[in-house]
Each structure stands twice: as structure tokens, then as C-alpha cells.
Design a protein around this ligand. Structure first.
Ligand code: TMO
Length: 314
């Protein structure tokens, strides 16, 4: 009912505007804009934030859970309309592979810059649990600090779910000559990483996990390990030996190539959308610190930050 009301209001408004300006604007299709949800909090909250923005201008939206790598092919062929968090390090290759096949477009870049990397909580540095960190070479001298019951006497790197970037970290460990000292364990989900960080903190023990910024952990302090710098081609998938860290990267938006034509008003708004590190950290924190549902977090974020998003639809 709310949707219909919005749609009627939007039609009336654009008719009035056309009458005043003498210009005709193309109507957005009533077909739903299909927004994917993945398995980390800011992405899911932002899906509902963007869906709410689209609904505010009369669009229909639909949410589909999607694999975060396969989604670029799904957008290319039109099953999914947009991706709103294209992280350079993890998804840049899949995004540009899909683009080269034809059917997916670059819909602009968020203000936030990103890093997706292994790291340690601030207290690991402050308490000098592994002297020399965050320089990666310090890891050679303290694998035992990061050992766990299931790590075979080696230090443990707690990776995210394998769906994010496959064997990137196991390959890197070997390439850096750390394979005899450390082993990679994949977390079942992001929540498992946050639970491990919380218990390590309570116990005051060392922990190395995959993490990223912007994220809710920025507020408390998380220190990324400084690996040999990323260069184009350094990864095994790109022909290199894999002995490099992740890029300090961009956060882009992507869309199916028909979206500007089927939903011109929504596409115009989407192209203007730009979230900062602070915005994205807040979206994640509402779920991962405050314990809200993703939908409730989006409603709360939209209500508190009209100053951020209203300009996207004006
Ligand atoms: C794609 N991610 C933000 C989880 O690294």
C-alpha cells in the first residue's frame, strides 16, 4: 500500500514538474530494482539504505541474497540490477571480467577508500605481543603468539569465508616463506571473526584476522599488517608470485547496462550516491555493536542522516 502511494505521488509530482518546465521526463519502470545482499554487515545495511532511497522516489525494490563474486556475472546478464560495494581488492577482478564480457557499467566511486587485509587489534601492538609489528617480517619471530588449539603448533591466520577471495591468503603465506610457521583457517562467516576478536581481547591473547576498513572496528582500533606493497600483477591470479599485500583501494558501484534506461531517476540517484568511511562504519556498527537487524539499522540510519542522502534524490 505504501509503495502504491509513493508511486502515485511520484507520478503526480513529475507531471506537475513537466507542466511547469514544459519538459517530459521518462518514467521509471515499475519493475523492481534487484539489490543483492552479501555476508558482511555494512553491505547488507547499505542494501536496505539504498532500497529505502529508491522507494522514497517511488521505485519498487527487491532484495536477493547473492554470492559476492558471482554477483558481477548476475548483474551483467540482468538477474541483479546493482552492486553498491565493489571492493577493489576482493572484487575488482570479477567486476572488470564481467565488464569485458559486456553488460555491466561503472556507476561511480564512493568517497571512502578501502583496505582489506590481515591485521591485529590495537592492544597487540600496544602490549608489544609481537615486537616489530605491523611490519610483516616480525611475524617470523612470534608464530606461537598466534597459535590456537586447532593450528597444529603454528600461528593461525583467521581468514574470512573462502567465498570472499579463495586461496589468496594461503598462497601469500607460502610466497612470503611463512608456510612452515603459520596456517590459514577460514571463518564460517564474519560473525565468527568478531566473536574470535572479542574472546581474544577478553583473554588478552594475540590474534591475526582478516578485516577491512571502513568497518565498525575502525572506532576501537585495528592495525593492518604491512606486507610488501601491492603492485598490479603481483598476485598469482594475475601472473605474479603472490608475495604482496592488498591494495589501498577504491569502493565502487556497478549496475546492469540497462538500468539508466529502465529507471532513469533511480539511476541518476544511484550515480550520485557516495558514502564516506564514517557512513559505512556507522552502518556496520548499528548491527555488529548495537545488535540491530540489518533492516532496522537501515531505517535508523536513513532517519538520522537525511542530510547525507536527500541530496542524492534532489
Ligand atoms: C569484502 N569485504 C569487505 C568483506 O572484505
Amino acid at each position: 500500500m505504501k509503495r502504491i502511494t509513493n508511486k502515485v505521488a511520484a507520478v503526480a509530482l513529475s507531471a506537475t514538474f513537466a507542466a511547469v518546465t514544459g519538459q517530459a521526463f521518462a518514467e521509471d519502470s515499475a519493475e523492481p530494482i534487484v539489490i543483492p545482499t552479501h555476508n558482511w554487515s555494512s553491505q547488507v545495511v547499505m542494501a536496505y539504505v539504498i532500497g529505502g532511497i529508491f522507494e522514497s522516489i517511488g521505485n519498487n525494490v527487491e532484495y536477493v541474497p547473492a554470492d559476492s563474486q558471482a554477483v558481477y556475472e548476475a548483474i551483467r546478464i540482468g538477474d541483479v540490477t546493482i552492486s553498491h560495494e565493489v571492493w577493489q581488492s576482493t572484487f575488482g577482478a570479477s567486476f572488470y571480467n564481467a565488464m569485458a564480457k559486456g553488460g555491466i557499467i561503472d556507476a561511480g566511486t564512493h568517497a571512502a577508500s578501502t583496505l582489506e587485509e590481515m591485521g591485529v587489534p590495537q592492544y597487540v601492538i600496544d602490549d608489544n605481543l609481537c615486537p616489530g609489528l605491523p611490519n610483516w617480517e616480525a611475524l617470523k619471530d612470534c608464530p606461537e603468539v598466534f597459535a590456537t588449539a586447532d593450528s597444529d603448533g603454528k600461528g593461525r591466520w583467521l581468514e574470512g569465508p573462502q567465498s570472499w577471495h579463495g586461496d589468496l591468503m594461503p598462497t601469500r603465506l607460502e610466497a612470503l616463506g611463512l608456510g612452515d610457521l603459520y596456517t590459514v583457517k577460514f571463518a564460517g562467516g564474519a560473525d565468527a571473526i568478531w566473536a574470535e576478536l572479542a574472546s581474544a581481547k577478553t583473554e588478552g591473547r594475540g590474534i591475526i584476522t582478516f578485516n577491512w576498513t571502513p568497518n565498525f572496528t575502525d572506532a576501537e582500533g585495528f592495525v593492518f599488517i604491512e606486507f610488501p606493497p601491492y603492485e598490479d600483477g603481483c598476485r598469482v591470479a594475475d601472473g605474479g608470485d603472490g608475495a604482496c599485500g592488498s591494495p589501498s583501494g577504491w569502493l565502487k558501484k556497478a549496475a546492469n547496462f540497462k538500468f539508466p534506461k529502465t529507471h532513469p531517476a533511480a539511476y541518476t540517484a544511484f550515480s550520485k550516491m557516495s558514502f564516506t568511511s564514517q557512513d559505512i562504519g556507522q552502518m556496520a556498527a548499528l548491527v555488529d555493536i548495537d545488535g540491530m537487524s540489518h533492516q532496522d539499522a537501515a531505517v535508523a540510519w536513513l532517519a538520522a542522516h537525511e542530510d547525507v542522502w536527500k541530496p542524492f534524490v534532489d
